[in-house]
Design a protein around this ligand. Structure first.
Ligand code: HEM
Length: 472
């Protein structure tokens, strides 16, 4: 059993269903891992569709690679090879194989490339780090100062303030002559503010500029970048990704330098700044702590921590709006557990019905992989694996009662921010559903845009009606 899976609620099922599997989308569609050794699981090489010289199978990916790869897997099987330019990759599309690959120690590293060079300070920090002492120390630092249960509890006040700001603005819109609010934008801004305040103590500079940088970073992190797959033409930067990544890094870097400088100065002078992750790390490691690693960690926390949660809330709300049965069930549960005289508090979350999800043991057919192969776990396809779930396309949160899911990865590189992500997503969804009835202003377009996480192609617009008594 995962350690975070304490008594939980239908909300978790809904969130998991929307973000993880039964619903249509994953926050992160394709997980990239790489192997440093041939794993020798068996003697067979996985079947590989024919490709072009040099380009290999790159052309088949198109605008929505997760869909193209699943289609291909229908013909070639749940573990298939593909060649991306000069890089041999293995695509994993079934639930049991994904569990096997993600937990296999041989696949604990992440591939090198433009993202690791330009968006993670050269494989420092956690996200793109090779598996080794730097990765382990950075991951522990994140867990100690931000992602442990104690830190998450300590940061409750920040979440509360920002979420109440969101509720206030939505209520104001509902009280006025509001046609529809842009829920995507409102939720993204709220979650980014929570993450920035958690990391830095306050939102430095222009919040919408940070949001723009974040969007650009998450888009660039997910793309299939030709520079990575045909490295000898990388210097030409044909698609301009390297240039855009350098711009993102410059924008982040100047923000991080300002924040770190302020906190170092205040620590050296013994003055007090806001409690936050930067202050906490610098107080415990000393102000001489490797600045590049600290900036890489901050980058990981912003990229890994904000858009993933915001996207999950967006899809969850989209599915709830399309499925009034689940919306009503959720509202009813909140009415029973919280009542209608006050808004939900984080303390209420464990009071919601118990839900336990057990780990499913797996046995996967193995293949021999070449050293350095990239492993692409198609989480989007895994979540719709018909051999795992009946009617996998349907939004049916109850299916997760007592079952496992892989929305946060698995094995030693599984998401360290799972508890924080779930806490944020659950409290935001709970508040939105408890405080408001929602209606759609027109048809709901459910198409997606590919990136490190699948975002909605079009922002979610919805009309709120306040449902708690005035003054609560
Ligand atoms: C709903 C929200 C979230 C989702 C769906 C999500 C999902 C994921 C997934 C699928 C992975 C890859 C795991 C693997 O390779 O097995 C991952 C890694 C990671 N996530 Fe999250 N995540 C979320 C929230 C967060 C938060 C709040 C943080 C931190 C503030 C965070 C930080 C990270 C980091 C640092 C890694 C890299 C771990 C490593 O390579 O060792 N995530 N996340």
């Amino acid at each position: 059993m995962y350690s975070w899976m304490s008594p939980d609620s239908l909300l978790v099922a809904v969130v998991v269903a929307a973000s993880a599997a039964a619903a249509r989308f994953f926050a992160l569609p394709l997980l990239k891992r790489t192997t440093r050794i041939g794993n020798g699981i068996s003697l067979r090489l996985p079947p590989n569709p024919p490709g072009l010289p040099i380009l290999g199978n790159l052309r088949i990916l198109g605008a929505l690679p997760h869909r193209a790869l699943r289609k291909l897997a229908e013909a070639y099987g749940p573990v298939m090879g593909i060649r991306l330019g000069l890089v041999q990759a293995v695509v994993v599309s079934s639930f049991v194989s994904a569990q096997k690959f993600l937990r296999e120690p041989a696949f604990m590293s992440r591939p090198a490339g433009d993202v690791s060079n330009y968006l993670t300070y050269g494989r420092k920090g956690v996200l793109s780090s090779e598996c080794g002492s730097n990765w382990r120390e950075s991951r522990n630092l994140c867990l100690d100062h931000m992602l442990s249960t104690r830190s998450i509890d300590a940061l409750r006040g920040v979440r509360n303030e920002e979420i109440h700001r969101l509720l206030y603005s939505l209520k104001k819109a509902a009280d006025g002559d509001c046609k529809a609010v842009d829920l995507s934008e409102a939720v993204t801004a709220t979650i980014l503010a929570i993450v920035c305040r958690t990391l830095f103590g306050k939102v430095y500079g222009n919040a919408s500029a940070i949001e723009k940088t974040l969007k650009e970073a998450t888009q660039l992190t997910g793309v299939f970048n030709i520079n990575d797959y045909i490295p000898f033409i990388g210097f030409l930067d044909l698609n301009g990704h390297r240039r855009r990544m350098k711009a993102v890094r410059r924008a982040y870097d100047s923000l991080f330098e300002t924040v770190i400088h302020k906190h170092c100065r205040s620590l050296n002078e013994g003055t007090k700044l806001e409690d936050c992750v930067v202050a906490s790390i610098l107080s415990s490691t000393g102000t001489q702590y490797d600045r590049v690693n600290l900036k890489a960690i901050l980058m990981d926390m912003i990229t890994g921590g904000s858009d993933t949660s915001a996207t999950t809330v967006e899809w969850t709300m989209s599915e709830l709006l399309r499925h009034p049965r689940v919306m009503r069930k959720l509202q009813h549960e909140l009415e029973e557990a919280v009542g209608m005289d006050r808004v939900v508090e984080e303390e209420d979350l464990p009071k919601l019905p118990y839900l336990e999800m057990a780990r499913v043991d797996c046995v996967a057919g193995g293949f021999q992989l070449k050293k350095g192969s990239q492993v692409l776990v198609n989480l989007w396809a895994v979540g719709r694996d018909p051999s795992q779930w009946d009617d996998p396309e349907a939004f049916y949160p109850e299916r997760f009662e007592g079952s496992d899911f892989l929305a946060f990865g698995a094995g030693n590189r599984r998401c360290p921010g799972m508890q924080m992500g779930l806490t944020t997503v659950r409290i935001v969804v709970a508040q939105l559903v408890h405080c408001f009835d929602w209606a759609l202003p027109g048809d709901l377009d459910m198409s997606e845009r590919f990136g490190i996480r699948l975002s909605r192609a079009k922002n979610l617009l919805a009309v709120p009606t306040y449902r708690l008594p005035p003054g609560s």
